[in-house]
Design a protein around this ligand. Sequence first.
Ligand code: NAP
Length: 294
Amino acid sequence: MLPRRACWRELTQPDAPPGSRRGVSWKVRQNEKEGVAVTAATKTPDARCMLITGASSGIGEGLALEFARRGYGLAIAARRLDRLEALAPRLLAAGASQVVTIALDVADTDAIQPAVQRAAAQLGRLDVVVANAGVGSLTPTGRGKLPLMRETININLTGAIATIEAALPIFRAQGCGHVVGVTSVAGSKGLPGFGAYSASKAGLHRYLQSLRAELRGTPVVVTELAPGFIDTDLNRDKGARPFLIDVDKGAAIMARMIERQVGKRWVPVLPWTIIAQLLKILPAAVLAPRQKRS
Ligand SMILES: NC(=O)c1ccc[n+]([C@@H]2O[C@H](COP(=O)([O-])OP(=O)(O)OC[C@H]3O[C@@H](n4cnc5c(N)ncnc54)[C@H](OP(=O)(O)O)[C@@H]3O)[C@@H](O)[C@H]2O)c1
């Protein structure tokens, strides 16, 4: 097995055409097959490759742009393929070595493994998987919100776990890989009105903790990033957003954390590391919008 740091560079390119050299770009033909469209034109043999779910907006889109600037090959997945197709040329212009767009609903767990496998095949390798897709629905308890609660758990928890489970055999086979899970400060405390969201993020946190323990000492690393409030569609209409940062700043911080393989971090580190500790003793209501009760 290759050591953790070395493996990014040392892995060979399984789909490199005969005669191609490291550092030399070559053309990838336009291809559209079973929901996977290769929209990029240029592939660089040395480039790291990353799959980001939930890349059609917000943090996922911001991360895609950050890693495009670093020259990564990117597979971007979400339900809104039109948004991914519009993003792809921006990623190439920013420096991505190639871009693959994938229409994927992570609530459809059967669709996840084929999508991850196709992403790896189209990119030629898979170094990092970012399980970022998520929804932040308001689900007050006892108000007939069970369908929305179930959807939240399916997308945020089961969908994220299924994405990571699909990537792990690829990482194991190639001898290295990096799992990134996006949880939330809301996972550290049950927030009023957001029971399903808090439960989904707490569940994902525990899964990532188990994964890290299981993979300890192997070249497959696990990073958990738990944002506070980043300005995206997810939380725009949902009341108070203390210590809000814009999405470019949030994505830049998260990209640096991913590259540094930080383990677990709150985003941004301050004030959320302190607040997460305070939340253990403070009422959760301080971070949640007031709920109307009839
Ligand atoms: N913004 C914050 O303050 C904050 C704080 C803590 C944690 N987070 C987490 O950060 C992640 C990204 O959220 P965001 O803030 O960037 O929100 P966002 O702008 O609403 O983005 C959510 C992304 O997830 C995708 N998505 C939602 N449901 C999906 C499904 N069933 N299948 C595939 N993709 C799906 C959406 O794409 P489609 O609709 O096109 O499918 C979109 O690309 C989420 O996991 C969220 O819980 C955000």
